[in-house]
Design a protein around this ligand. Structure first.
Ligand SMILES: C[S@@+](CC[C@H](N)C(=O)[O-])C[C@H]1O[C@@H](n2cnc3c(N)ncnc32)[C@H](O)[C@@H]1O
Length: 271
């Protein structure tokens, strides 16, 4: 059964010229400081994530689900690390490569097409750190995904990922349908990511509840969507506008009631 849209269709739309123009126009009103993210992540959070991964000029960081490359480029410019971004959206990767070129990151930022639900196109022990924001919930076989992360991470390397779909209460099928309107997504029982990380050989360093950012970002999105109603309907159509408003409202409600929480997991591969 397919709810609403195929998520790839939604990402192609968001990473189109028009989609990026619209997001650039409203991003600061939603996130405060906007670097180009298409997620629940605020820049304050991202700075904390980077500090926990601790990259330096000698590091090579993989970002899974890098989209338009904004976060990867930010990490490379702010830490001096080398980054590789992987995403299956060619439209997103086009922006990522342009942005890296614009920032003079030739040789330090590389963007590759790849489906994270398959074997990663990288050799064992290739990266000193792996980062993935609000992407793992789109990939059903979490164990296989974490095994790939473990394989390509160097001993002693750190993995940080967020999961915005951790189930902590009762949710109806209708609520899930509305929440996942923008494409299939997996709901993960509370504790499952922790268990899988340990089973695959990671040591869980910390898990942090970041549900508050979903509530804040979703509230701001709702008011911005309303203010830009005409422009969004003209650019994307009424059906998309209505779906966006409903799914954002549901994300806020489920997060506010702590039924679906967003968590950041930091884990380490044994040295
Ligand atoms: C919610 S967006 C987050 C993008 C970015 N991490 C950010 O915070 O702005 C999810 C991203 O994951 C990508 N994605 C979804 N499924 C994927 C898969 N199986 N393999 C690689 N990328 C995937 C999408 O194309 C999209 O760019």
């Amino acid at each position: 059964m397919q709810f609403g849209f195929d998520s790839d269709v939604v990402y192609e739309m968001a990473y189109s010229d028009l989609g990026q123009q619209m997001l650039n126009a409203i991003g600061a009103e939603i996130y405060g400081e906007y670097i180009g993210q298409l997620s629940w992540m605020t820049i304050e959070e991202y700075r904390k994530f980077i500090a926990r991964l601790g990259p330096s000029a000698d590091s090579h960081v993989l970002e899974i689900g890098c989209g338009n490359g904004a976060a990867a480029v930010y990490l490379a410019t702010s830490t001096g690390a080398r980054v590789t971004g992987m995403d299956r959206s060619e439209a997103g990767l086009r922006f990522a490569r342009e942005l890296a070129k614009e920032k003079g990151l030739d040789g330090r930022a590389e963007f590759r097409a790849g489906d994270a639900s398959r074997e990663f196109p990288f050799a064992d022990d290739s990266f000193t750190a792996i980062f993935a924001n609000d992407t793992f919930s789109l990939i059903p076989d979490r164990a296989a995904l974490l095994r790939q992360c473990h394989r390509v991470l160097r001993p002693g390397g750190r993995l940080l990922f967020t999961d915005p779909m951790v189930l902590c209460g009762i949710v109806t099928s209708e609520e899930i349908e509305t929440r996942t309107w923008a494409g299939a997504s997996c709901v993960t029982p509370h504790g499952e990511n922790d268990r899988l990380l340990e089973r695959i050989g990671f040591q869980l360093v910390s898990s942090e509840d970041l549900t508050e950012s979903v509530v804040t970002v979703a509230r701001r999105q709702a008011s911005v969507f309303e203010r830009y109603r005409q422009e969004i309907v003209a650019g994307m159509g009424q059906e998309i506008f209505d779906g966006l408003v409903r799914s954002t409202g549901m994300a806020e409600r489920l997060a506010d009631q702590k039924r679906l929480i967003r968590t950041a997991y930091l884990a380490e591969k044994a040295a």
